[in-house]
Design a protein around this ligand. Structure first.
Ligand code: BGC
Length: 740
């Protein structure tokens, strides 16, 4: 009874017109039983030009306007991608000082990629999506899927490694998990943002083949398989145009070829030109440093490229209304998918479940790189004295690194995790070893632990080595951190080697104690000049709230390591194509990717280089035996499929998980191709003695390359090989087959 009365009143008051009322007496745009496109058109038809333009640009650091008159809420974005950023002030980056916004910090995306586990990606997406939803955010600024082109890139830790297939498979469940909460995943940074140096100005020159084969697949999967509702343009330029308003990337590829129907959000300050922002595919502008904003005027946001300058062009008729309508349609669609979906769940925040999810992901992603003499896991029945050395054992890593910096509800540092797990069974001593960067503050979030230490390098090494001689086991915990010039936004690293004299500390510790375990915490590969002197090496990541707990459970053997490297560890920088060819960071703000498709292991294979640790590598505390691989056919047709089978058996005495990897090799082709490319992977969990058969089924997409001339994917008939491996350099069996 009430509904018809309200509707009638609305009609009489003129707020809705009669022909826009649906059968159940709701205005069509509010009627969730109606198709979304019909609701979009209905809402659009009710809006003024000013209301439309207001939707296309920010109204604060992280929000944009809704249509209050129509009950369409504002959009609220949040970083991303490892946890929900603390609330910031309306006009500033500084945190607002809320006391109810401390989140669960999840492991960095490099760790997620290192799990090679799609289920863990789904768990990640679900958990962070719930946190975003609870905080009433409808756009999560993540995940990031820029390809790891150089180990110096300061933001690699926010991405998913060097391989387009791995990143494509891992990004999809994350997006689906986030969006199941009625929160849009905003995949970033589209595209070619592969270095931080000169990120606002550099123009990337890359051939189409490389673009399509290496740099775009993860974005394409995010759009077509993950059905991402938002995408963020990158800061850099491509074909001379900024990526945030780029005809080729946004209009031709994203919308034209992939059929993207979501919102294109600019990176913060990534818009540089009104006309291009109008015509080249952008929908929402954020973070621009217009004069208004840098002067701090209250109407700063009116000076955005897509604010008053846009409105003026619309008023004068120089730009057609259809141009703003196109953008607003995308933004309204986002509203109907998120804020205006009355069935979306409510979310949850800072829960033990989310912390446990983060811990599980961390345990699944930590990589055991080397383990001679079974130094690991630490046998607590025999070990009485453990010495822990290194700044990263005590340094919280959730603060810093740029926009992904968090205010975590709590963070268990490695030393705390080790004390908690092993402290009752062994005597644990700590020595600093070196001083890296004792400052840890970001946008007003400060750490409680004081990391300052004024002793000299010689004194610190002296103390550590003296204690090391007396210990049963020494655990060195170092690596990179989130400070400028390390793993941090806005800058790249200067060198592959560790800084702060860590190489020296490790070398001295190796002399003092033969049971040395080195734990490298980073989001990037590092050089290891001491590798031959250290029996056990663990690659850990920025693992968030439960990082110390997860690391301790790997070191103690409660969890069996099963992570695999999502990128190559080269011995030296020149073992990387971009560096070898002198194409990094570019000349006169032009970065030309001469190494083309030969990124990561593709370069290592082509140049026959022995890496320090190959892509896909990771050991376990148990052993696996592979059977001989077989196929269901000797040939496949262009529209057919072929399956490969391989059995894996756990031959050790602990439960463990193995990642079986399928690489495809094209034995003869008209264009140069990588020696092999990852085209399948499966993580299998096996009890001691258990055996499982893994099946990979591929079609011609796994055999195709992108032909620039035809502008299409091509699979050439001829001979191929399927390689079953445990890493890019450890191939267990090969099967030849033909494409007819
Ligand atoms: C970063 C984005 C981030 C945005 C908002 C930019 O500087 O490049 O990744 O989402 O800031 O904080």
């Amino acid at each position: 009874m009430l509904k018809p009365v309200i509707t009638l009143l609305c009609i009489l008051m003129g707020t809705i017109s009669v022909n826009m009322v649906g059968q159940n007496n709701l205005p069509i745009y509010l009627d969730e039983s109606k198709p979304i496109e019909q609701r979009v058109e209905d809402a659009l038809s009710r809006m003024t030009l000013e209301e439309k333009v207001a939707m296309c640009h920010a109204q604060s650091k992280f929000s944009s306007a809704g249509v209050p008159r129509l009950g369409i809420p504002e959009n609220w974005a949040t970083d991303g991608p490892h946890g929900i950023r603390p609330e910031v002030l309306w006009d500033e980056w500084d945190q607002a000082g809320w006391t109810n916004d401390s989140c669960i910090a999840f492991p960095a995306l490099t760790c997620l990629a290192a799990t090679w586990d799609k289920d863990l990606s789904a768990l990640y997406g679900k958990s962070i999506g719930e946190e975003a939803r609870y905080r009433n955010k409808n756009i999560l600024l993540g995940p990031g899927v820029n390809i790891y082109r150089t180990p110096l890139n300061g933001r690699n830790f926010e991405y998913m490694g060097e391989d387009p297939f791995l990143a494509s498979k891992m990004v999809v469940p994350y997006i689906q998990g986030v969006q199941a909460n009625g929160v849009a995943a905003c995949v970033k940074h589209y595209a070619l943002n592969n270095q931080e140096i000169d990120r606002h100005t550099v123009n990337v020159n890359v051939d189409d083949r490389t673009l399509y084969e290496i740099y775009l697949p993860a974005f394409k999967a995010a759009v077509q398989e993950g059905k991402a509702w938002a995408i963020m343009g990158a800061y850099n330029r491509y074909k001379g145009e900024w990526a945030c308003h780029n005809q080729y990337l946004l209009n031709d590829i994203l919308r034209g070829e992939w059929g993207f129907d979501g919102v294109v959000v600019s990176d913060w300050g990534g818009v540089n030109n009104t006309k291009q922002a109008i015509y080249n595919g952008l929908d929402m502008e954020f973070g621009s440093w217009t004069d208004g904003l840098s002067e701090g005027a209250s109407n700063a946001y009116d000076n955005y490229y897509l604010a008053n300058p846009f409105l003026k062009l619309l008023y004068s008729g120089e730009v057609k209304v259809e141009e703003v309508d196109k953008k607003v349609r995308n933004i309204l669609r986002l509203a109907f998918r998120t804020t205006m979906n009355t069935k979306r769940p409510w979310g949850s925040f800072g829960t033990p479940e989310h912390a446990a999810a983060g811990r599980k992901i961390a345990e699944g992603g930590i990589v055991l790189l080397k383990n001679n003499n079974n130094v690991l896991p630490i046998d607590l029945n025999k070990t009485k004295k453990i010495l822990v050395v290194g700044e990263n054992a005590i340094k919280p890593m959730t603060v810093g690194g740029g926009s992904s910096s968090l205010k975590a509800k709590y963070e268990i540092a490695p030393l705390d995790g080790i004390m908690k797990r092993m402290g009752t069974q062994a005597e644990i001593t700590y020595a600093r070893g070196y001083v890296g960067d004792p400052t840890s503050e970001y946008n007003g979030v400060k750490l409680k632990r004081d990391l300052h230490d004024s002793r000299s390098a010689a004194e610190l090494i002296g103390e550590a080595t003296k204690l090391a001689k007396d210990a049963d086991v020494v655990i060195f915990i170092g690596g990179l951190n989130k400070s400028d010039g390390q793993d941090s936004e806005g800058n790249d690293r200067k060198a592959l080697n560790l800084s702060y004299g860590q190489d020296n500390v490790i070398a001295e510790l190796a002399k003092a104690n033969k049971n040395l375990i080195v734990v490298n915490i980073s989001g990037n590969a590092i050089a290891m000049p001491w590798i031959n002197d250290v029996p056990a090496i663990v690659q850990s990541w920025y693992n968030g709230t439960e990082s110390g707990t997860a690391l301790a459970s790997i070191l103690a053997g409660d969890a069996n390591p099963s992570g695999k490297l999502p990128f190559t560890f080269p011995v030296k920088l020149d073992d990387n194509g971009a560096h070898k060819l002198g194409d990094y960071p570019g000349l006169n703000k032009e970065a030309t990717y001469h190494e083309s498709i030969f990124v990561g292991y593709r370069w290592i294979d082509k140049e026959k280089i022995k890496p320090l640790f190959p892509f896909g590598h990771g050991l376990s505390y148990t052993t696996f035996e592979y059977g001989k691989a077989s196929a269901d056919n000797k040939e496949m047709t262009a529209d057919g499929k072929i399956s490969f089978y391989v059995s894996v058996k756990n031959t050790g005495n602990r439960e463990g998980a193995e990642v079986v990897q399928l690489y495809i090799s094209d034995l003869k082709s008209s264009l140069p191709r990588p020696v092999k490319e990852l085209k399948g992977f499966e993580k299998v969990n096996l009890k001691p003695g258990e055996e499982k058969t893994v099946t990979f089924t591929i079609d011609k997409t796994a055999l195709s390359f992108f032909d620039d001339k035809k502008h299409d994917w091509v699979a050439e008939s001829g001979d191929f090989e399927a390689l079953i491996g445990v890493s890019a350099t450890d191939i267990k069996s090969k099967i030849g087959f033909k494409l007819k």
